[in-house]
Design a protein around this ligand. Structure first.
Ligand code: PXG
Ligand code: PLP
Length: 440
């Protein structure tokens, strides 16, 4: 066994892990194999990443071919074909009718966090190019997750991710309130029918700051990290209307919801609301190679294409933007989504999954259940004086029983594979049920 000490693990209880490590050695389809040779059913699709299954042969082949052909290609002032092809595919998925004013342009990053910061910077650059450079204020939402870099952290609203870094939050950021209320919408199946009025909170901030100072609102159409918070019916539509009324850009952070998780290419399509920008990562390559992107509508790109033609239009980009191996993985991934009919697959599994997950109602300590597409959260009452411990014990118990789920504090999160069998969905839910009954 390797020396576990030098590696400082991300978002991990390092000391507990190193005392009792959970080491994975390989993966195939819906299963991991750990270092004891045990098979683990992956009920979380990697980390929301790997919906078409691990080591999908088509992606493996595309990556192997690309790494031997063009391993890296200078990202600035040079191009390679695969990233242009991938951009075209992504745009087609978002804009199937080729609306010239719709989603037409894609900027590549390497993660969801970089996508968050990129989208916020594009918003500022856009308003400045339009002669409204005073529109600098960025609005996020309580309980929002937009990654861990300074911009995304600042517009984010998950308290432990902010607390220690409080002094370094970007200035000029504000938050609308979250939409979660167990007494009013507990145990909703899919989108809650109550809560559209939470969108009016944006009007409150417009009144406070004046619209002329606000650049953009960034929200996840359905929230993942905060424990699956599904938008109330009509809520996103209302946000869109208020943004339109006041000239505020609407950014959907679809790092989790893009590419199938909610039964469509994008959450924007599932929920029927068009933002101005869509952030993505994870499912862009099925998690095989790190890659993220920000897709924008034509008016944003067009506004920034000004100045002398030999000049760089946007002073932003990463060494690995549009990396050829990531682009090859992404292209293979888009083909898989089309060939396997992923969105329809997810839609057809959704009712079965919804019924199974809501069958946990009434199990010990369960206080709410929320779901949309193939994502779900089961919220537990915290144990007195030990918040998060009960959730962690369910995660550990399920792992020891051969099923991987995740806990965010006392919320158990589910993100099964897009092509799960009914038996697999049942096994994931029944394994969690067993843990709920076993722990105090
Ligand atoms: N935005 C959203 C909406 C996300 O869900 C990010 C940005 C950041 O992406 P990167 O690639 O920088 O991690 C995310 C990532 C969980 C969990 O348990 C969620 C994420 C990552 C890890 C765990 O819900 N979301
Ligand atoms: N720091 C230094 C010293 C660099 O030279 C660079 C890139 O050239 C970066 C950070 C940014 O790295 P990346 O483009 O991979 O985000």
């Amino acid at each position: 066994m390797a020396n576990l000490n030098p590696y400082w693990m991300p978002f991990t209880a390092n000391r507990a892990f190193k005392k009792a490590p959970r080491m994975l050695v390989s993966a195939k389809g819906h299963y991991y194999t750990d270092d004891t040779g045990r098979q683990l059913l992956d009920g979380f699709s990697g980390l929301w990443t790997s919906g078409v299954g691990h080591c999908h042969p088509k992606i493996v082949a595309a990556v192997q071919e690309q790494v031997a052909k063009l391993d890296y290609s200078m990202a600035f002032q040079m191009g390679h074909e695969k990233v242009f092809q991938l951009s075209e595919k992504v745009v087609q998925m978002a804009n199937p009718n080729a609306d010239p004013k719709g989603f037409t342009r894609v900027f590549f990053t390497n993660s969801g966090s970089e996508s968050a910061d990129t989208s916020l910077k594009i918003a500022l650059a856009y308003h400045r190019a339009r002669g409204e450079g005073q529109r600098t204020r960025l609005i996020g939402r309580e309980k929002g997750y937009h990654g861990v870099n300074f911009g995304g952290m600042s517009v984010g609203g998950i308290v432990p991710n902010r607390k220690v870094f409080s002094a370094a939050m970007l200035p000029g950021v504000d938050h609308i309130r979250h939409t979660h209320s167990i007494p009013d919408m507990g145990y909703s199946k899919g989108q809650p029918t109550w809560g559209a009025h939470f969108a009016d909170d944006l009007e409150r901030l417009v009144t406070l700051h004046d619209a002329s100072n606000i650049a953009a609102l960034i929200v996840e159409p359905a929230q993942g990290s905060a424990g699956i918070i599904v938008p109330p019916i009509g809520y996103l539509q209302k946000l869109r209307e208020i943004c339109d009324k006041h000239g505020i850009l609407l950014i959907f952070d679809e790092v989790i919801t893009a590419f199938g998780r909610v039964g469509a290419a994008f959450g924007a399509q599932r929920f029927g609301v068009k933002p101005d920008m869509i952030n993505m990562a994870k499912g862009l390559t099925n998690g095989v190679i790190p890659m993220g992107a920000v897709m924008v509508k034509e008016h944003i790109y067009d506004t920034l294409m000004n100045g002398p033609e030999h000049m760089i239009e946007l002073f932003h980009g990463y060494t690995y933007s549009g990396h050829p191996i990531a682009a090859a993985a992404g292209l293979a991934c888009m083909e898989i989504y089309e060939e396997e009919g992923t969105w329809a697959q997810v839609r057809s599994l959704e009712p079965k999954f919804e019924a199974l997950i809501h069958s946990l109602k009434g199990e010990p300590n369960v206080i709410d259940i929320r779901n949309v597409g193939l994502m779900a959260g089961v919220e537990l009452a915290p144990r007195a004086g030990e918040p998060g411990k009960r959730g962690f014990e369910v995660f550990l118990g399920a792992f020891n029983d051969g099923v991987v789920v995740r806990n965010s504090g006392d919320i158990i999160q589910f993100s099964p594979m897009f092509n799960s069998t009914h038996d697999e969905l049942e096994r994931i839910v029944e394994t969690v049920r067993k843990q709920l009954r076993a722990i105090a």
